[in-house]
Design a binder for this molecule. Structure first.
Ligand SMILES: C[S@@+](CC[C@H](N)C(=O)[O-])C[C@H]1O[C@@H](n2cnc3c(N)ncnc32)[C@H](O)[C@@H]1O
Length: 363
């Protein structure tokens, strides 16, 4: 049985920007300076402006630019990472604005706390963005002016072999974004049966040789080393592609599964409807088709006033239009040549309408 309702389309997943390629031996990855993909586009989108004022050329993102828009309001960066998007957003916010940042990763949270210690507008939540409503409610916040998210993993997470995300650097087979809770991939592999493992590899990695690879993985005695695991997958994989490590899709699948990445995205998107004020902005960057398709379908469902054709559910033909002006933006040529990992990124944005939220059971 498939773990997803929607079978993946036949086309392969585009590379997650933070996933290694075989070329990474000369590392594109190591020379990667920052994670902030589609940076001005996303910050402009979450602020609801066409573009940001010209910056004065000061590279120090901590310093407030003279050309700041000085916008008040409450904003959320759901995926702080190293704070590239947060810092540019802060440079455009007024002194009385607030920025709530989320991350699952303890190291990202330390960086966020450091920023919060020097900027009182910043509040930090060490939790999944799937807890958006409850975490904001705990701060007395019911609605916000803008939500942004830059999904997936960060380069620092891949670069640190000990986190287990890399098939090119040795480390424990962990892959948790939040190392303070939940089970590691190694713990899960010890318990999972061949069929469930194969389904995970297929559903979250679109790995066509999932059964064969799952069998080989389950024949391993222990799961102590990412390089060992990658080697077993490599040997079991019958169809290597040039420039792509044969373990790419399997590693991606296990990572997505163990972090419940797609479930968290769904929960976040659903909560954006009641959390965003009328006129509030949603801006989400994704790096692979499983995520992008979800965001696209969510915005279609809630902006067209009807269900997408491929969603043949016995439901009423009309529903509230909670979002308007859904738009998709990709990286510029200049960005992809400067940062090849931005190639597979898409930014989707939309504006919350003034229609009051009705829980699904009342629609
Ligand atoms: C691509 S990076 C973000 C980079 C960031 N925009 C920057 O400029 O540095 C994604 C971050 O999201 C975090 N993350 C992924 N899923 C999450 C979730 N469900 N809840 C909270 N944080 C999450 C990861 O730990 C990672 O730090």
């Amino acid at each position: 049985m498939s773990l997803l309702n929607n079978k993946p389309e036949n086309k392969p997943l585009s590379n997650v920007n933070h996933t290694e390629t075989a070329d990474d031996t000369h590392s594109d990855e190591l020379s990667f300076v920052h994670d902030a993909v589609l940076l001005p586009e996303t910050v402009a989108a979450v602020l609801g402006v066409k573009s940001l004022p010209k910056q004065t050329g000061n590279d120090d993102q901590n310093s407030v630019d003279q050309n700041s828009l000085n916008i008040s309001g409450i904003y959320v960066d759901a995926t702080f990472g190293r704070g590239g998007h947060s810092r540019l957003l802060l440079s455009q916010l007024a002194d009385d604005a607030q920025l709530i940042v989320f991350d699952k990763d303890p190291t990202a949270i330390s960086v966020a706390q450091e920023l919060a210690s020097t900027d009182s507008r910043v509040k930090v939540v060490h939790d999944s963005f799937a807890t958006l409503t409850d975490s904001l409610a705990a701060m007395g916040i019911v609605q916000v002016d803008g939500l942004m998210a830059d999904l997936g993993i960060s380069s620092p997470q891949i670069d640190d072999g000990s986190r287990g995300f890399s098939f090119m650097r040795d480390g424990a087979v962990d892959m948790r974004m939040d190392t303070s809770r939940g089970q590691s991939v190694a713990e899960w592999l010890m318990k999972v049966d061949d069929e469930t493992l194969a389904n995970v590899l297929y559903d979250f990695g679109e790995e066509r040789h999932s059964r064969r690879i799952a069998r080989a993985i389950k024949q391993m005695e222990s799961y102590k080393s990412t390089l060992e695991l990658a080697e077993v997958i490599k040997v079991a994989h019958p169809n290597w592609q040039r420039g792509k490590h044969p373990a790419t899709q399997s590693f991606q699948a296990m990572r997505i599964f163990i972090n419940n990445e797609l479930g968290d995205v769904d929960a976040f998107l659903e909560q954006s409807i009641p959390i965003l004020k009328s006129g509030g902005q949603l801006a989400v960057i994704s790096f692979h088709s499983l995520e992008d398709r979800r965001i696209k379908q969510f915005l279609q469902r809630h902006s067209k006033g009807q269900y997408p054709e491929d969603e043949k559910l016995p439901m009423p033909p009309n529903r509230p239009r909670y979002f308007s002006k859904p738009k998709r933006v990709g990286p510029s040529k200049a960005e992809t040549s400067q940062n090849p990992r931005s190639r597979s990124a898409w930014l989707r944005m939309a504006t919350r309408t003034d229609i009051d939220y009705l829980p699904v059971s009342d629609q």
